[in-house]
Write a protein that binds this ligand. Structure first.
Ligand SMILES: Cc1cc2nc3c(=O)[nH]c(=O)nc-3n(C[C@H](O)[C@H](O)[C@H](O)COP(=O)(O)OP(=O)(O)OC[C@H]3O[C@@H](n4cnc5c(N)ncnc54)[C@H](O)[C@@H]3O)c2cc1C
Length: 467
């Protein structure tokens, strides 16, 4: 068994496994250590993939229950089999995690099962079920990701007080679900369980949901989710959560009025963000420094305070997104192989996979105002898009922000059907430095949802055709 490597990647999530594959493609002798037992990290095991699987399945269930009969598809006795739904989700996860193992074999990445500990800048020890194996390496990439955060004094027991991991494997639909935190994970979980029959209440500290999102989109999103039956308690600070075995009680106080309230539910999902995970890596002994938020500090070449130890993904600063971690993984592999290695942080799309989806790339209106950049806005509602109309999914709109002087696209924010896929067009446009005029003059197939993007780009110069 090989014991000497050019690079050892610790963590087999989207940051780590992509970095390992790219490094091996570039001719570096590469190993990847993963302690979970399966590859793919948070994303494939307990994040992006199981959540999108259940979101899709729950939407199918809801469509069958609510819409099919009206559309001339007559079915009766629709029953939910949550066990079957969960095993369908588990199967998808298994196929994809096994797929990464196959990719490792194909690219000659050595998969080291166990917990990786850094003993020195050139020594990694892997612990696996009492067995200890030492490896030498020229470089180390830390890609150990993140874990769910909680509120002070509140313990997530994964029984009645759960994290997203627990929310992705419930074996029964809770009658009532309280979700603490109105960010993207909390809202995806809210949609999922609300579609399956839970009465969902979201408690959010701020007076708006999805912080960081363009505020106009966030307001529309809240309106649409409310219409779908999700209740919101905004400007509310949770002061205590008590698990009384059959019911969990949550006390919260309104930040503005100081009014105290109490709510009860079978399950409470704590979804207040995630924190970088570095436990057991031995960082302080080796001299790898962290910032005040516990994230590993890196320079613009992803080097930590020890120059041959790199860090990427959720364990460093920046949006906690799988595709951001992947881009950083590729950049580090290319840097290690003597190439440039670069990530354009101005063009990292973000998607919320509810129905309708929400997607954005680039600057929000609020950010442009703060930066004092003069901009023009073009908007187009899906109500005027023929594809959305025939599919009877007309909620939402496209908003394109372009520079007032140069017309360069600075940001695009969409709430509407399939926009999680559509946003790629605008990410590409921004990478190429496109103007709103470029988008407006590009022929878009009819009838497609993407025509709403073209129309919003036309609307930047007040010449939209269909609205
Ligand atoms: C419910 C949910 C839904 C999400 N949905 C999306 C989405 O739709 N789109 C999106 O872009 N992002 C989504 N995310 C975020 C995404 O999962 C993360 O941003 C991404 O997984 C980060 O990748 P990473 O490689 O940095 O870390 P991770 O995926 O967290 O992987 C780190 C891996 O390192 C391993 N590890 C840690 N320490 C050690 C050690 N010492 N030795 C060996 N192995 C170790 C861990 O076991 C883990 O497998 C979601 C997250 C959650 C929780």
């Amino acid at each position: 068994m090989e014991k000497n490597f050019d690079v050892i990647v610790i963590g087999g999530g989207p940051g780590g496994y992509v970095c390992a594959i790219r490094a091996a493609q570039l001719g570096l002798k590469t190993a990847c250590v993963e302690s979970r037992g399966t590859l793919g990290g948070t994303c494939l095991n307990v994040g992006c993939i199981p959540s999108k699987s259940l979101l899709n399945l729950s939407e199918n269930y809801q469509n069958a229950k609510k819409d099919f009969n009206q559309q001339g598809i007559e079915i009766s006795n629709i029953k939910l089999n949550i066990k079957k739904m969960m095993s369908s989700k588990d199967k998808s996860v298994q196929i994809l995690t096994k797929g990464v193992e196959f990719l490792f074999k194909k690219n000659k990445v050595i998969y080291l099962k166990g917990k990786g500990v850094i003993f020195s800048k050139n020594d990694v020890v892997v612990y696996d079920e009492g067995k200890k194996t030492s490896y030498k390496t020229k470089n180390i990439v830390i890609a150990t990701g993140s874990t769910p955060a909680s509120l002070p004094g509140i313990e997530i027991n994964e029984e009645n007080i759960i994290s997203s991991t627990g929310a992705l494997s419930l074996n029964k639909v809770p009658n009532k679900l309280i979700v603490i935190g109105g960010g993207y994970i909390g809202l995806e979980m809210s949609s999922l369980w609300s579609r399956l029959g839970s009465e969902v209440t979201v408690i959010e500290y701020l007076d708006f949901i999805t912080p960081g999102m363009d505020r106009e989109i966030s307001k529309e999103f809240e309106k649409i989710l409310t219409k779908q039956g999700i209740k919101f308690k905004l400007s509310s600070k949770v002061t205590s959560i008590k698990d009384n075995s059959n019911l969990v009680s949550v006390e919260f106080i309104n930040n503005k009025t100081s009014k105290k309230e109490k709510a009860e539910a079978e399950k409470v999902l704590v979804s207040v963000g995630r924190k970088s995970y570095t436990e057991g890596l031995n960082l302080s002994k080796v001299g790898v420094k962290k910032d005040d938020k516990g994230r590993i500090k890196v320079n613009n070449r992803f080097q930590t305070s020890i120059s041959n130890i790199y860090a990427i993904g959720d364990v460093i600063k920046g949006p906690m997104l799988a595709h951001k971690a992947e881009e950083e993984g590729i950049a580090v592999a290319e840097i290690l192989a003597g190439q440039a290695g670069h990530v354009n942080y101005d063009v990292i799309p973000g998607v919320i996979y509810t129905s309708p989806e929400v997607a954005s790339v680039g600057k929000t209106e609020e950010q442009l105002k703060e930066l004092n950049i003069a901009y023009k806005v073009g908007k187009f509602p899906f109500l005027a898009n023929s594809r959305a109309k025939v599919n009877n999914k007309t909620d939402g709109f496209v908003k394109v922000l372009a520079d007032s002087k140069t017309d360069k696209v600075l940001g695009t924010h969409i709430i509407g059907p399939h926009c999680g896929d559509m946003i790629a067009e605008m990410a590409l446009a921004m990478e190429f430095g496109a103007s709103a005029e470029d988008i407006a003059r590009t022929c878009h197939a009819h009838p497609t949802h993407t025509e709403a993007i073209k129309e919003a780009a036309l609307a930047v110069d007040k010449r939209s055709i269909h609205f």
